[in-house]
Design a protein around this ligand. Structure first.
Ligand code: FEO
Length: 164
């Protein structure tokens, strides 16, 4: 049996993951609009990944006999001033999500919910990866600076990302 407090927190996290997907899809649309198709493709893969994170919470709630409650998904921003600004926002957003996951772990500990603590470990590890990959791309865009050729090279590399 899952506690009401834990259930509410997990439903909120499912919503936060779906919002992440919505935000990255919005970034994908932005990159399409500035003809950076590799960046757009990377964001689309990321959006799909976030949807799968949301579904992991959804499936876990069902498995524990809880009720999934879908909450409204906030509208994401629509425009960014540059690829650097967009990826800096990705990094900031992932740091925020790490905080949300850590808070869920805290609740699971205080509720003596060992199963949820165990399930959340996957997300704890995933956030280390998410922050690192966003930061790496931020640093590479900074290195490219105002060199358009450098940016196109990054665009070509980001196009290689495949869905897991
Ligand atoms: Fe599912 Fe990027 O956090």
């Amino acid at each position: 049996m899952i506690s009401d407090k834990m259930l509410e927190a997990l439903n909120k996290q499912a919503n936060a993951e779906l919002y992440s997907g919505y935000m990255y899809l919005s970034m994908s649309a932005y990159f399409e609009s500035v003809n950076l198709r590799g960046f757009a493709s990377w964001m689309r893969v990321q959006a799909n990944e976030e949807l799968s994170h949301g579904l992991k919470f959804y499936d876990y709630i069902v498995e524990r006999g809880g009720r999934v409650k879908l909450l409204p998904i906030e509208q994401p921003p629509l425009e960014w001033s540059s690829p650097l600004e967009a990826f800096e926002e990705v990094y900031k957003h992932e740091v925020k999500v790490t905080g949300l996951i850590n808070n869920l772990v805290k609740i699971a500990v205080s509720e003596n919910d060992y199963a949820t603590q165990n399930m959340l470990q996957w997300f704890v590890a995933e956030q280390v990866e998410e922050e690192a990959s966003a930061d790496e791309i931020v640093q590479r865009i900074k290195l490219a600076g105002s060199d358009g050729k450098g940016l196109l090279l990054i665009d070509r590399e980001l196009a290689q990302r495949k869905s897991e």
